[in-house]
Design a protein around this ligand. Structure first.
Ligand code: C2E
Ligand code: MG
Ligand code: MG
Ligand code: MG
Length: 282
């Protein structure tokens, strides 16, 4: 219902909408100050190469270490960061931090970084990525960018991705199979890798449908000369079945949860020791 404001104008009176608008504005303000106060932190989740049984690299996953609310997961603030445009500077920080951290590792492992569709629309992605590589000194071959189908592959976006590929940066298609245009998307760009969404892996032991989709995706990737990473691997049975199906890599809680960079160093030292690897993920 519309009601009259003291100033005589009409507005729709809905306390919930008012709250959520005010909340969003407050969150935006908090994000802005979080960037200044350096409250964002990257966690790293190891990815296992199933061919060699060694680490392939890690995916960088952002968290917000809030002074009073504790650790806030990305899905609770990335959408607001995207709406407000703050994903631009936050995304640049993520790229720079991930590249700089990968430079400190003793092994030449890859680092995968998620890119938001808004970074493509509003920012020169090529410039952001090359700046992060130059600042850190990380060889382009060690950086992999993850994009989803929500990135519109306009001519400009495709041109940026092609230039990055020429430099040696890898491009992965994240959450494959969950969007509306997976097949035409695969045709629009020569991705290096397909990440099989965890929703397929989660049900794979119980559902022959999920297993069929995984098998077909791996076959398709092979024919397109793309590699595959299965996401959300939580059980030994899933890992075994994915090996048999021919997935290139596996990522999930069975191998390791996302962890702070300090914990990752200890993990990597342990996992590169073949005996330990055998115990953890044989
Ligand atoms: P994503 O890129 O598909 O990342 C994988 C998500 O699955 C991560 O959630 C990870 O913690 C979770 N995961 C990994 N293994 C398992 C498992 O075995 N079981 C279960 N249940 N979950 C698992 P997270 O870190 O909460 O990130 C969620 C999403 O937020 C990401 O999905 C990505 O789309 C977005 N995101 C994360 N970090 C960034 C970032 O730095 N920039 C942008 N633009 N988006 C990000
Ligand atoms: Mg990802
Ligand atoms: Mg994913
Ligand atoms: Mg996902």
């Amino acid at each position: 219902a519309a009601k009259s404001d003291p100033d005589g104008s009409y507005r729709f009176y809905d306390p919930n909408i008012q709250d959520s608008r005010a909340e969003r504005r407050a969150l935006e303000e908090a994000l802005r100050s979080a960037l200044d106060k350096r409250e964002f932190e990257l966690f790293y989740q190891p990815i296992l190469d199933l061919g060699t049984n060694r680490m392939w690299g890690c995916e960088a996953l952002v968290r917000w270490k809030h002074a009073t609310k504790g650790m806030i997961p990305p899905l609770q603030f990335i959408p607001t960061a995207e709406e407000s445009g703050l994903i631009g500077p936050i995304g640049d920080w993520i790229l720079e931090e991930a590249c700089a951290t990968a430079m400190t590792w003793n092994l030449p492992l890859k680092v995968a970084v998620n890119l938001s569709p808004v970074q493509f629309k509003r920012r020169d992605v090529y410039a952001s990525v090359t700046k992060a590589l130059t600042l850190s000194g990380l060889p382009a071959q060690r950086l992999v960018l993850e994009i989803t189908e929500s990135v519109k592959l306009t001519e400009e976006a495709t041109a940026s991705l092609r230039r990055l590929k020429t430099l040696g940066v890898g491009i992965s298609l994240d959450d494959f199979g969950t969007g509306y245009a997976s097949m035409s998307y695969l045709r629009s760009f020569p991705f290096d890798k397909i990440k099989i969404d965890q929703s397929f892996v989660r049900g794979m032991m119980e559902s022959s449908g999920s297993r069929a989709i995984i098998k077909a995706t791996i076959g398709l990737a092979n024919d397109l000369r793309m590699s595959t990473t299965a996401e959300g691997v939580e059980t030994q049975e899933q890992l075994n079945a994915l090996r048999v199906a021919g997935a290139s890599q596996a990522q999930g809680y069975l191998i390791a949860k996302p962890m702070p960079r300090e914990a990752l160093e200890a993990f990597m030292t342990e996992i590169q020791n073949p005996q330990q690897t055998a115990r953890a993920v044989a």
